[in-house]
Design a protein around this ligand. Structure first.
Ligand SMILES: Nc1nc2c(c(=O)[nH]1)N[C@H]1C(S)=C(S)[C@@H](COP(=O)(O)O)O[C@H]1N2
Ligand SMILES: [Mo]
Length: 307
C-alpha cells in the first residue's frame, strides 16, 4: 500500500459527504480504491473502561436483544428481534445541520474513525417501569458536537431516526409520528453521561437495539434514547419529540427518571428488573441513580412541572 495515502483519517480530514465521495472517486482514479473503508469493522470493538460504569451486573445478551421497544418494527416487545434484521445499516450517514460550524452529511465511518470507544455499563429505565443494566459501547455525544462546532445561540439538540417503511414494517402504520424524533437541552447533550452507542457486549449493535448508532441518556426514561439516528440538528428552540407530540400530558420533554413524579396512569416509585422475578420490584432511583452527575442541570427547576 502506497505511503503517500493516509489510511487513518483525522477529524480535520472529515468532509461532508459530497466532497468525501469526490475524493473517493479521485483516489479510485489513482488506483487506491478501497483505501478509505466506508464499512465499520465487524466483530469485537476495542474499548476502554469507564469510570461512569455501574458495578451492577448487566442483564443477559438475551434479555437485552429480545425484549425491546422499537416501534418502527412493531409495538410488541418481541417484534424488533423478529423484524429489525431487514434494516440496511451499511451504508449509513448522519445529516448534521442547524446551528453548527461544519454542517454536512457525514459517513458513519468518518464519525467514528479515530474515536476511542468506551464500554459504559449503564442502568436503563423505560417509562413503562421496567429496567435493565446494559453494557453499551460508545462515545460521548459531546465529542461529536465539539468536532462539528456548536454555534453560539444553539440551545437544543434534535435527533431523528430513519424513515424507511420498505424495511421498517411498523412504519406502515402511524402508531407514533414518524420519523421518530427526540431532543435534549444542549447542556444535557454535552453531559459526559450522554453517549452515542454503536455496540453492546463488546460487539456491534444488534439492529433491534438501534443499529448502527443510537443515543443513550441513562438518567432519562428510555424513549429519549432514540435509535438508528440519521439526523442531528442544533436549534435555538425546544425540538418536538414523537411521544410528546402523541401524548404531551404523559410524556414530557424532560422525562427524567423520578420516583416522585408518577405517570398519569401508573406509579413510577418502583420498577421491575427484566430477567428477575416478575413479582419482585425494586425502588426507582432519582435520575435513575445518576443524581450526583446530573442534578445540577436542573437546579431550581420544579421537576413536577418540567416532567
Ligand atoms: N427510533 C426509536 N427509538 C426508540 C424507540 C422507538 O420506538 N423508536 N423506543 C424507545 C424506548 S420506549 C425505549 S425503552 C428504548 C428501548 O431500547 P432497547 O430496546 O435497546 O432496550 O428505545 C427507545 N428508542
Ligand atoms: Mo421506553
Amino acid at each position: 500500500m502506497s505511503k503517500t495515502f493516509k489510511t487513518d483519517l483525522k477529524w480535520s480530514d472529515v468532509t461532508p459527504k459530497a466532497d468525501f465521495l469526490n475524493r473517493r472517486q479521485l483516489m479510485a482514479g489513482v488506483g487506491a480504491a478501497g483505501l478509505i473503508a466506508s464499512t465499520p469493522a465487524l466483530g469485537k470493538i476495542a474499548t476502554v473502561k469507564s469510570r461512569y460504569s455501574t458495578s451492577e451486573k448487566p442483564n443477559s445478551f438475551e434479555d437485552i436483544t429480545k425484549y425491546n421497544n422499537f416501534y418502527e418494527f412493531g409495538t410488541g416487545k418481541d417484534d424488533p428481534a423478529k423484524y429489525a434484521g431487514a434494516l440496511t445499516t451499511d451504508p449509513w450517514s448522519i445529516k448534521i445541520d442547524g446551528m453548527v460550524d461544519r454542517p454536512g452529511t457525514y459517513d458513519l465511518a468518518d464519525i467514528t474513525k479515530g474515536v476511542t470507544m468506551e464500554e459504559r455499563i449503564y442502568r436503563f429505565r423505560c417509562v413503562e417501569a421496567w429496567a435493565m443494566v446494559i453494557p453499551w459501547v460508545g462515545f460521548e455525544l459531546s465529542t461529536l458536537l465539539k468536532r462539528v462546532g456548536v454555534k453560539s445561540g444553539a440551545k437544543y439538540v434534535a435527533f431523528e431516526t430513519l424513515e424507511r417503511p420498505s424495511e421498517m414494517i411498523g412504519q406502515k402504520r402511524r402508531t407514533i409520528p414518524w420519523p421518530y424524533r427526540e431532543g435534549l437541552r444542549l447542556d444535557e447533550a454535552m453531559n459526559p453521561l450522554t453517549i452515542l452507542a454503536t455496540g453492546l457486549y463488546g460487539d456491534t449493535l444488534p439492529n433491534q437495539n438501534g443499529a448502527p448508532i443510537r443515543l443513550v441518556v441513562p438518567w432519562k426514561y428510555g424513549f429519549k434514547s432514540i435509535k438508528s439516528i440519521v439526523r442531528i440538528s442544533l436549534t435555538s428552540k425546544q425540538p418536538e419529540s414523537s411521544w410528546n407530540m402523541l401524548q404531551p400530558s404523559e410524556y414530557g420533554f424532560y422525562s427524567n427518571v423520578n420516583p416522585n413524579v408518577d405517570h398519569p396512569r401508573w406509579s413510577q416509585a418502583s420498577e421491575r428488573k427484566i430477567g428477575g422475578l416478575i413479582a419482585k420490584r425494586q425502588p426507582t432511583l432519582m435520575f435513575n441513580g445518576y443524581e450526583k452527575e446530573v442534578a445540577g442541570l436542573y437546579k431550581g427547576m420544579d421537576l413536577a412541572k418540567f416532567y
